[in-house]
Design a protein around this ligand. Structure first.
Ligand SMILES: NC(=O)c1ccc[n+]([C@@H]2O[C@H](COP(=O)([O-])OP(=O)(O)OC[C@H]3O[C@@H](n4cnc5c(N)ncnc54)[C@H](OP(=O)(O)O)[C@@H]3O)[C@@H](O)[C@H]2O)c1
Length: 210
């Protein structure tokens, strides 16, 4: 499959959870976590999220102008249902061009001004991103359901984690980077550590690459 280099970035608890059972917004564990997210965004030509994360985290998917970014990454949001909320913050914020990806052929999708709609699978869209939209580095910021599908396609090259070892997150439906507990990947994947950085906040940044 022709596709961009794909990075993921998550903050996780000591027991590997990326959010709570209520699917509420994920809060940055510490200011350094936000700083790291923004510096990873600066490496990306495009950011990809699932509709669940876009909504839970009220994302604008941009780099703040005060960082004087050389460019704003393209913004990709994927959905099976196509139920995008046109009043969502992302559609009201200046930033990279917005591409909506809807994978369910029968989904009814409202036309949202200023966006481009792609009707294809996740796998097909990765090829479109590379070959038609010129994306070399693609940062996926979640959520777990989407990243699980990327791992299932064997399409993740780099894992960035902020490990918040000070917290455990309870609840049967608290998601992980491969979806919900018990919703297993079809096969194992192997990475090696390439960066390891304890932070002053008592957390740990680490990167693993293929
Ligand atoms: N700790 C962190 O760093 C971090 C990062 C990101 C997210 N989170 C948390 O994770 C939770 C959200 O998790 P989630 O699993 O619901 O998020 P998600 O993967 O963003 O959202 C799931 C939705 O995205 C769409 N989707 C996902 N994979 C798809 C695919 N392969 N093809 C087409 N559409 C796809 C579907 O949308 P439709 O329903 O429209 O069909 C699906 O219902 C939130 O609580 C958020 O705060 C935490």
């Amino acid at each position: 499959m022709e596709r961009p280099y794909i990075l993921i970035n998550f903050a996780i608890s000591a027991d590997g959870k990326i959010g709570t059972s209520s699917k509420g917004p994920s809060r940055f564990t510490a200011p350094a976590d936000l700083e790291r997210l923004l510096s990873i965004r600066e490496r990306a030509d495009a950011i990809l999220v699932g509709r669940g994360t876009l909504e839970a985290d009220e994302m604008s998917m941009t780099i703040p102008p005060e960082r004087h970014p050389e460019k704003q990454p393209l913004r990709f949001v994927i959905s099976r249902s196509g139920k995008f909320d046109p009043s969502h913050k992302v559609f009201q914020t200046t930033g990279g061009a917005i591409h909506l990806v809807v994978t369910e052929a029968s989904a009814q999708v409202e036309d949202i001004k200023g966006t481009t709609l792609h009707r294809c699978s996740l796998e097909e869209f990765l090829s479109v991103a590379k070959n038609e939209l010129g994306v070399t580095n693609l940062l996926c910021e979640g959520g777990g359901s989407l990243v699980k599908d990327l791992f299932a396609l064997d399409a993740v090259d780099e894992i960035n984690l902020t490990i918040a070892g000070h917290s455990l997150i309870g609840g049967k439906a608290a998601p992980t980077i491969t979806g919900f507990p018990g919703d297993f990947l079809p096969a194992s994947r192997a990475f090696q550590i390439s960066h390891f950085e304890p932070t002053a906040d008592g957390e740990l940044f680490a990167t693993w690459t293929r």
